[in-house]
Ligand binder design. Structure first.
Ligand code: IVH
Length: 663
């Protein structure tokens, strides 16, 4: 046997042994033999570096040290999940789906508390592992991923596939590693998730290799391309390919069975060797998933049930008030610092006057604090038994703590507002929002700097941002600002002028208006002037724009001050055009309402929807008298019957393509 053949043989033997040991938990090869084969392979690779195979297990001990990770784009965005926190919310999730005319079977899985990972295999060989990052762009951590023994380097079939899962670490490994770190005087890891994430993102993969990370896979972004039509089969297929799939999963015929399984797992949760922070409920059927679709961030066909959040108690030292950019006043609890779920909590929200009064929260009380996921910690209750002496009842303020204006409380609203549009606190919040990442994304203008510049008088209103360049010398002479940092800041400001319209639109801080809506409206109207002139009818015709949002937009552009702001920004060359694909007006599509039903094979459903939107059409989910066209694929549902009943124009896939292609 020549070295090449022998190397191939050794790689296969060792990878199979790894699979039997780590995935099947049923080792057949003795440790002694394993080590001997590994040594032989290492020697052969050293002598024949050109012949090293891409799936060699010798990389499992770590290979590279890098100074930073390469950024990589995901083929399909890595979405997150919406959260629900109790049985009622689980039932509401099911009801939302039922309302769309579906009666789904669910798959319920554990929500592993680790780090999401994306794995790409080409012809069965692992070629890339990447972190989620912001969902669109992640970090290439391939050499670290290769050290994780439960991630196969070669699959049992020679398929090209992209799969997603979670890198995690066992609880006992957290204890072990922390013990070692304590001995060495190093900082301890707060929980399994931090340790897993910290280890997976080590620049030296030899360190990662020592951490005993593990992995479960649970998501295939394009199941239909692999001939798979339900999530339960996705998981079975993953097992067949040699992945580790969590065995604690259940196919549930209805939501009651889901709840039953969740209750069972809630009791068993502590006994698991790893941490879970909840359960994931997914619609099993892929066609149904496609029909339900996605919000900007997460699928509508799946949801994460989060276990009741952890609570701790601490003393409430003070209540202070903050003002948001809309003028909303929020009472905040200042707390005796306390550790909770890995972070130190010093502040928690008290929401509004009613909240504090209903719970009778008083300064000096011992209170229970809860933190669920990434949400802002909140005070959940007072531990009344621990109230040692009489405390003063909470009293809401009646004037703005920043500008002294008398606060207003609109009928039927729980919130108080500062009505002064020139309130300093509101102005600062507006500026912070304008430069934030999802808005104009101006690097170098953090909250502190905005506050300082505001107080120095350099930055009072949005347009001042674009006039900072005339104060270069003054800024450079400020303590703490070098000429380099000011130059960088001014560059970032200039750069932001080229942003596509939706960023500016979102940055204006129109009430009830999110980044997704900004994008849709920017695309529809393509420039600022058309948006300023848009009527209520034009706005509400857009799917996703409801009456409240439309009213808020109209109100905003009816305000002289805001119109002046737009004109001033134009004078400063801030871009007012949408840069993405424009809406082309087409009479077969423009302003018409489309519904899609059944399996469409000619192109992905999302692409069809995008194309319809691009041509000026509107896509909706359910058929009504207002629907203009129903697009019917294979095995259409009840929507097709309804369309016939209402005499609505029906297009099959061929007709759809014809209509698209004539453009
Ligand atoms: S499904 C489109 N399933 O939880 C489907 N996620 O916010 C997206 N996670 O980013 C994810 N266990 O990192 C899914 N069984 C599971 C999961 C799971 C843990 C993580 C994942 C995701 C986050 C959801």
């Amino acid at each position: 046997m020549n070295p090449k053949e022998r190397m191939k043989q050794l790689v296969d033997i060792l990878n199979e042994a790894n699979y039997e040991y780590y995935i099947l938990d049923n080792p057949k090869l003795s440790d002694f033999e394993y080590d001997r084969f590994m040594q032989e392979l290492q020697e052969l690779e050293e002598k024949n570096p050109d012949l090293v195979l891409p799936d060699t297990p010798t990389k499992r001990v770590g290979s590279s040290v890098v100074s930073e990770f390469k950024k990589v784009s995901h083929l399909y965005p890595m979405l997150s999940l919406g959260n629900v926190f109790n049985e009622d919310e689980i039932i509401a999730f099911d009801e939302r789906i039922k309302k769309q005319g579906f009666n789904p079977t669910y798959v319920c899985e554990l929500k592993i508390d680790g780090l999401g990972v994306d794995l790409i295999y080409e012809n069965g060989v692992l070629v890339r592992g990447a972190t989620r990052g912001d969902g669109v762009v992640g970090e290439d951590i391939t050499s670290n991923v290769k050290t994780i023994k439960t991630i196969p380097l070669r699959l049992k079939e020679d398929v090209s596939i992209e799969v997603r899962g979670e890198i995690y670490i066992d609880k006992e490994d957290l204890i072990r590693i922390n013990k070692e770190r304590k001995m060495e005087g190093l900082e301890l890891y707060q929980n399994c998730r931090n340790l897993a994430a910290g280890s997976a993102r080590q620049l030296d993969s030899k360190i990662t290799a020592k951490r005993n990370l593990k992995n479960f896979v649970y998501n295939l972004p394009n199941p239909v391309d692999h001939g798979i039509y339900c999530q339960s089969d996705v998981l079975n297929y993953f097992e067949k390919l040699g992945f580790m799939v969590n065995p604690k999963r259940r196919v549930c015929k209805n939501i009651n069975e889901v709840i039953e399984f969740i209750n069972e797992m809630t009791l068993k949760r502590e006994e698991l060797p790893y941490d879970i922070d909840g359960m994931v409920i997914k619609v099993d059927d892929v066609t149904m998933q496609d029909n339900l679709g996605y919000t900007a961030r997460s699928p509508k066909w799946a949801v994460a049930y989060k276990f009741p959040a952890m609570e701790v108690t601490t003393r409430l030292k003070d209540i202070i008030f903050t003002v948001g950019r809309t003028g909303k006043i929020t009472p905040n609890a200042i707390l005796e610092p306390v550790k909770l779920a890995g972070s130190t909590i010093r502040r928690a929200t008290l929401h509004n006057e009613d909240y504090v009064k209903q719970k009778d929260i008083r300064v000096g009380d011992i209170v229970a604090i809860r933190k669920a996921g990434d949400v802002i910690p909140e005070v959940v209750k007072v531990i009344k038994e621990r109230r040692e002496y009489p405390l003063d009842e909470f009293k809401m303020i009646d004037v703005c703590p920043f500008c002294g204006s008398k606060l207003i409380r609109k009928e039927e609203e729980a919130n108080h507002y500062c009505p002064n549009p020139n309130c300093d606190a509101r102005n600062i919040e507006k500026l912070i929002h304008f430069v934030s990442r999802k808005a104009m994304n101006i690097d170098g203008l953090g909250e502190r700097i905005i506050e300082d510049f505001y107080n120095f008088g350099y930055l009072k209103k949005i347009t001042d941002i674009y006039d900072l360049k005339y104060r270069q010398e003054e800024l450079k002479s400020l303590e703490g600002f070098g000429s380099k940092s000011i130059n960088n800041l001014l560059d970032a400001i200039e750069e932001s002028k080229n942003n596509s319209l939706e960023r500016l639109l979102f940055g204006l801080g129109i009430r009830h208006f999110g980044e997704k809506s900004a994008k849709i409206i920017a695309q529809k109207f393509s420039n600022m002037d058309s948006i300023v002139k848009a009527t209520f009818e034009q706005l509400t015709q857009i799917v996703d724009v409801g009456d409240i949002m439309a009213k808020s937009i109209i109100e905003f552009f009816n305000d002289e001050e805001n119109l002046k702001l737009i004109e001033e920004l134009k004078k400063r060359d801030v871009n007012m055009e949408y840069h993405g694909k424009k809406t082309v007006i087409d009479e077969d599509f423009y302003n018409k309402k489309f519904v899609i039903t059944g399996t469409i094979s000619v192109m992905p459903r999302d692409q069809i929807k995008d194309k319809i939107t691009e041509l000026g059409g509107i896509t909706t989910e359910s058929v009504s008298k207002k629907t203009d066209v129903v697009i019917v694929g294979d095995q259409p549902g009840s929507k097709y019957d309804k369309a016939k009943e209402l005499n609505i124009e029906i297009w099959n896939e061929d007709k759809l393509l014809e209509m698209f292609n004539k453009k």
